[in-house]
Design a protein around this ligand. Structure first.
Ligand code: NAD
Length: 287
């Protein structure tokens, strides 16, 4: 019988912990940590995500606001907005919601965010420090997955982890974190991507699978060995449907697994609390 890696339960516990820390900061006469989200254009998925961040922050006593910018904003104007946030002493961390409109260079935007306020952990300095095992803002989704493995006491040492997807925000950083000499960590990692041959055979050797592909129900039961731990990062929307789907065919994979994350209610909620933890860390570092 498998056990659910319950992001709802865990994120509620972590939010309680954050709330206590925020209360303690405020009891010392300090202001509440402040997270700002910048959103350009009207992408409904981004809007949902950003609103959910704001609600979650408010629930733990953190400050949160959303800066909404027109989708035709020039790159220069957006860079000016970022510099304002970099210099605003009342802002501990901010994120610029991706994707951005095509006329804006995303990498340039990321590199303009001050690394000390880059709570998404996308800046090359934070990614580089993370790679070296130094103190850094780790991007929220990989950080949330590591926290989940830790709090469920999942034994990762010496295990074979297969990560599917090599994006800069999920696949690549989680493969590095899992391979590090830490607990959780110490995995032997295989990083698979769109050019990988024999994906099914590789997955069948996995003790842990992290699926970050972006294709509904891509990981099927015939790709999973008995007792594997399954982490489903995917958030896939089908036109005309409200429901979201993971990258894993949950109903058929779950009975073969030992632990598995649901979608929704898994990694997505851990991502949001990780962003809040990074903002809290930034606020504490400044005082
Ligand atoms: P991405 O599109 O940047 O990367 C997808 C990766 O999948 C690529 O590296 C590609 O090589 C790989 N891939 C594509 N087809 C493949 C195939 N046939 N075989 C093997 N590999 C293949 O995606 P991303 O930003 O990493 O996001 C992945 C998924 O996770 C998306 O559904 C996204 O919405 C979701 N996501 C969820 C959260 C969360 O908080 N839960 C956070 C970020 C992303």
């Amino acid at each position: 019988m498998y056990q659910l890696l319950d992001g709802k339960l865990l994120s509620a516990q972590i939010k309680e912990e954050i709330k206590l820390e925020v209360e303690s900061l405020m009891a010392q006469g300090k202001r509440a940590p402040n997270l700002v989200a910048v959103i350009v254009g009207n992408d409904p998925a981004s809007e949902t995500y950003v609103n959910s961040k704001a609600r979650n922050c408010e629930a733990v006593g953190m400050q949160s606001s959303v800066i909404r910018l027109d989708e035709n904003i020039s790159e220069e104007k957006l860079l000016q907005q970022i510099n304002l946030l970099n210099n605003d002493k009342n802002v501990d961390g901010f994120i610029v919601q991706m994707p951005l409109p095509k006329h804006i260079n995303e990498q340039k935007i990321i590199e303009t965010i001050s690394p000390e306020k880059d709570v998404d952990g996308f800046h090359p300095i934070n990614l580089g420090k993370m790679m070296l095992g130094q103190e850094a803002f780790v991007s929220a989704t990989p950080m949330g997955i590591m926290e989940m493995l830790k709090r469920y006491n999942i034994d990762t040492k010496g295990k074979h982890a297969v990560v599917i997807g090599r994006s800069n925000i999920v696949g690549t950083p989680i493969s590095l974190l899992l391979s590090r000499n830490t607990n959780p960590g110490n995995c032997t990692v295989t990083l698979c991507h769109s050019q990988t041959k024999n994906l099914k055979e590789i997955c069948l050797q996995a003790d842990i699978i992290v699926a970050a592909i972006g294709k509904k129900h891509f990981v099927t039961a015939d790709m999973v060995k008995d007792g594997a731990v399954i982490i489903d990062v995917g958030i896939n929307r089908i036109a005309g449907e409200k429901k979201i789907y993971g990258d894993v065919d949950f109903d058929n994979v779950a009975p073969k697994s030992s632990f598995i994350t649901p979608v929704p209610g898994g990694v997505g909620l851990m991502t949001i609390v990780s962003l809040m933890l990074n903002t809290l860390k930034s606020a504490k570092a400044k005082r």
